[in-house]
Design a protein around this ligand. Structure first.
Ligand code: ADP
Ligand code: MG
Length: 316
């Protein structure tokens, strides 16, 4: 079993109150599964995703990830598990706005201390696999929503994690771009990647093989998806890009540290010195003064830079 959650509870502390959000979650996911976790807004999906993704710890219960009990790990150990095992995709992309597509994809490799030359090859390969080989030097503001999400998928997969964890991955995309993202997920699933996708929308959940429903912090159903929708993925870059004219509308949310967290910038960074390290330490405050985007989609770019969460972000 790749993921084993047993009697997981999660409460947030709000002032002096304990606010219980997840109640006795029991869940097993095997390697290679394609699972959707579906539920309405506020049902606890992102809270559960944060626990599955080792971005947060349960209040009680056991979580065994790839053979290791992670429920009680220290933050530093968790950050290493994240970097090794899990690729993240969020509703609002969470790309660093001043870095090129290539540099964004390179970050997890850098934090994993992969040698520079190898990094470059892996990044080109990852961007090619999402049909963005012609856009590698583009910055996020020069890319459409669908293209940004494809960069995020390349970044998530560049160090070959076993698990792809996605929170509302199509939530900020037009429907065509959303379908392309589902096509990429299908391709990764066929390559053996375990996919856990969180969504409030049944039509998105139906791309998965198994649909788990969550309501008020409890799993209310867990079923094989009999209506699975399959997208044929196009490997043809110009075809994919031709369908990408519409840019996404991105709404601002509230988790400034998520980029650092998913990339482990904080936690492993001080463990190694990389003489080739490029300037990844973009200041989030800094960015709020940045108007240098070409698409005129200023709010979107801002949100993406320092506020996009995908973690506690709303659905739309
Ligand atoms: P979903 O992703 O399904 O919309 P969330 O997991 O984001 O749901 O939130 C579930 C519940 O937990 C909501 O009632 C929300 O207000 C609460 N919640 C989420 N994050 C926090 C937090 N950091 N502190 C307090 N309450 C939170
Ligand atoms: Mg959510």
């Amino acid at each position: 079993m790749l993921l084993h959650l047993e009697d997981i509870n999660k409460s947030y502390i709000q002032g002096k109150m304990d606010v219980p959000v997840l109640h006795d979650i029991n869940l097993d996911i095997e390697e290679g599964e394609y699972v959707a976790i579906m539920g309405p807004s506020g049902s606890g999906k992102s809270t559960l995703m944060n626990i599955i993704g080792c971005l947060d710890k349960p209040t009680s219960g056991s979580y065994v990830l790839d053979g290791n009990e992670v429920a009680n790990m220290k933050d530093k150990e968790l950050s290493i598990v994240r970097n090794k095992c899990i690729g993240f995709v969020f509703q609002n992309f969470n790309l660093l706005p001043r870095q090129s597509a290539l540099q964004n994809v390179e970050l997890p490799l850098q934090y994993a201390n992969v040698p520079r030359r190898l990094r470059k090859n892996l990044c080109v390969e990852a961007l090619t696999s999402v049909a963005l080989e012609e856009r590698m030097s583009f910055k996020p503001t020069q890319l459409s929503g669908g293209q940004k999400q494809r960069v995020a998928i390349a970044r998530a997969m560049v160090n070959s994690p076993k698990i792809l964890l996605a929170d509302e991955p199509t939530g900020a995309l037009d429907s065509k771009s959303g379908i392309q993202v589902m096509g990429l997920f299908e391709k990764l699933h066929n390559e053996g990647v375990t996919i856990v996708m969180i969504t409030h929308a049944r039509e998105i959940a139906e791309y998965a093989d198994r649909i788990i429903t969550i309501f008020d912090g409890q799993i209310t159903s867990d079923e094989i998806n009999k209506n699975k929708v399959v997208v044929k993925h196009s490997d043809n870059a110009s075809e994919v890009n031709a369908a990408q004219e519409n840019s996404a509308v991105v709404k601002g949310t509230n988790e400034p540290n998520i980029i650092e967290k998913i990339l482990n910038a904080d936690s492993i960074y001080d463990e190694f010195e990389d003489e080739n390290s490029f300037e990844a330490e973009e200041s989030f405050e800094d960015y709020s003064n940045d108007n240098g985007n070409l698409s005129g989609d200023n709010d979107g770019a801002k949100a993406e830079g320092f506020a996009a969460s995908g973690v506690n972000g709303g659905e739309r």
